[in-house]
Design a protein around this ligand. Structure first.
Ligand SMILES: [Zn+2]
Length: 288
């Protein structure tokens, strides 16, 4: 199945009270692990690509080529969207050109008027080309590609303003943070989420920083209108741990254990297990 935009899968998720996972990719192993797991579990999936990861993978065209090739060669039948994560205005345009099926324009660091104008312009382009578009209101804490947010809670009225531009999905800060949550993290602000949901209605809401949010908070967020949850750091951690275990056990020095296909296999399997765990918690299994 060719790439699809994220509109239909998220509309279904919102109506069905579950969430579709966005799993960020960093290389071939990541992409393969996520696609195979989605296929095995018959779950829709969104592959997230940050601008930094896009650069690392030699540009957006390389990413599109790799993902489209895999969809065909692996015989993937579940809906897959290829989505720019936290895109700049210029990055979003480049991804549209390169063949992504979905973009996020993160204008949360601009004054709301500028975020509004730029989002509006990109909504028009995406509509014309058949892409889905995610906008952001209220910055999300932690660090993503050098951009550090304070983890604020979004203003529900500003959320409505941006949602009404015709975006497909909306990311709003509700106390969530990218990366690992600190010990003293007070948790998600369900009050804010509820107020945003009341103003934006059927708009699928996006929860960034899915790593380390307790399962019961995830479930509650889904019940309150979250239909897309982003997972990145957690896959990186399990990949690194599994690779470390392989090397510490000296397996790279046994026989041809240095072969990258062997060396990277435990990390790839660890990503698969993590993606499976998340899809089960999000409720997207069997929803393809
Ligand atoms: Zn994010």
């Amino acid at each position: 199945m060719p790439l699809v935009n994220a509109k239909e899968m998220l509309t279904k998720a919102k109506a069905g009270h579950y969430a579709v996972g966005q799993f960020n990719i960093n290389n071939l192993e990541w992409t393969k692990a996520i696609l195979l797991t989605a296929e095995e579990l018959k779950s829709p999936v969104i592959l997230g690509v940050s601008e930094g990861a896009g650069k690392y993978m030699c540009g957006y065209k390389t990413v599109v080529g790799m993902v489209e090739g895999m969809l065909e060669e692996l015989g993937i039948t579940v809906p897959v969207a290829l989505h720019l994560d936290h895109g700049s205005y210029e990055g979003a345009k480049k991804c549209i050109e390169a063949g992504f099926s979905s973009i996020m324009f993160d204008g949360s660091h601009y004054p709301i008027e500028e975020n509004f104008e730029k989002t509006k312009e990109l909504v028009a382009i995406c509509e014309e080309k058949g892409l889905s578009i995610e906008a952001e209101v209220g910055s999300i804490g932690g660090e993503e590609d050098g951009v550090i947010g304070m983890g604020e809670c979004a203003d529900p009225d500003e959320c409505k303003l941006i949602a009404d531009l015709g975006v497909t999905m909306l990311a709003a800060g509700i106390g969530n943070i990218h990366g690992v949550y600190p010990e003293n993290w007070p948790g998600l602000s369900f009050e804010t989420l509820d107020a945003i949901q009341a103003k934006t209605g059927i708009m699928p809401l996006v929860l960034h920083g899915g790593t380390g949010i307790p399962d019961d908070m995830i479930q509650k967020a889904i019940a309150l209108g979250v239909s897309k949850i982003n997972v990145n750091t957690e896959c990186q951690i399990v990949f690194a741990e599994a690779t470390r275990a392989y090397i510490e056990a000296g397996k790279d020095r046994q026989g041809k254990g240095f072969d990258p296909r062997k060396l990277l296999a435990p990390g790839t399997e660890a990503i698969k297990a993590k993606v499976k765990e998340k899809m089960e918690i999000f409720g997207s299994v069997g929803k393809a």
